[in-house]
Ligand binder design. Sequence first.
Ligand code: PLP
Length: 446
Amino acid sequence: MSERESAEGDGLNDIERTDKEHVFGTWSYQKEVSPTQVVDADGVRFTTADGDEYIDFSSQLMCSNLGHSADRIADAVDEQMRDAAYVSPGYTTENRAKLGEKLAEITPGELSKTFLSTSGTEAVEAAIKIARFYTGKQKIISRYRSYHGATYGSISVTGDPRRLESEPGIPGTIKAPDPYAYGSTLDPMESVEYIDEMLELEGDTVAAILVEPIVGSNGILVPPEEYLPRLKEVAHDHGALLICDEVMAGFGRTGEWFGCDVFDVEPDIMTMAKGLTGAYQPLGATIVTPEIADHFEENMLCHGHTYAGHPAAVAAGRAAIDIYQEENLIERASEVGEYLGDRIDELADRHPSVGDTRGVGLFRGIELTKHPEKRVPFGERADKISPGSTVVDEVSATAADHGTYVANMINTLIIAPPLTITEDEIDEAIAAIDAGLEVSDDAMEH
Ligand code: PLP
């Protein structure tokens, strides 16, 4: 890939420089922000203004599950925008009603009524409020290795270091240990019993336990089969609800519709966003059981947004679910996901700096280590908000030099390609990561 040059010496073109000057980069020291202009995206690939083409091996922010440039969704949005671009949430549209019905159909068990919003963080905010209103209790237990969003409620239940600058956050949030077999001294099943004890010690004050059924940005942590069923039992034994945050794991990523389907567990409340529209429009959703829904017949649901159920966004959501269903993308993710898993295992065999590989379907992580026996992470990026290392950044950068975009977080490469990816495209991306891992191999402790 070409080295970028510019008269200003910052490597940015005019558009990128204008963007950097006038638009904040998220989760960043602004002086380090270096936006890259994307001019085209099609299928599993995107192209930058330089003309460089990349395989999108992380679906951008783990959200472009359907790949890029699906005309059918663009047409559905276009048609809705021309018919009625916006109606207040007190009105409805055919797309909104049909999307609600579809969500009841594809989500597990009896989950049936959905609160609509515009993002994952808002879906989590709604879940927290609904759980508090319904149970009349205030506390939410969530886990350390988790991300639930950036607004105040959801950053307060987030466990990873991104929460630190926003603390103390909202009252009543408690963090629990994680099912992280590779990196924690606690066995994953012991960690559930720990939560059981926490609930006991908190008395009857906990509204809900909130978890990502398969942890996403904190390193693709897949708990043992018995973990989530036991967690639901523990919650219910103490009069607390189970909320599954499916914002990243949902919509086929795991080879099932939702992460909790992998464990055959029906939560009381489930949050969705990202893959819900395949990222063609911003849309969040919080679905609840009929029992919880009934509560709000006589008790006011004190929550809402101007753009709740925005016509264009729900049109995209409805069209996206049609595509998942008609193109059998969930089954496809499971099949192609097996192939991806095998290819990743080969990388682990070849590269000593691969400490652990985890995941299911097209939702996989490669955790790096500088010392495999002691499981020591690379830790040079001395930054309490975005821990990890310059080494894992260099692995991603080298993969990009070889034509593949792969995100990373906390020493882990986050592999989550569009569900439409082919085995040949996987091979291409794996070859790029193979080259990247040479860098981490060279950086190991000897
Ligand atoms: N929940 C999970 C599990 C997520 O991964 C994310 C974002 O990555 C969120 C919530 C927040 O979603 P958003 O960025 O759309 O607000």
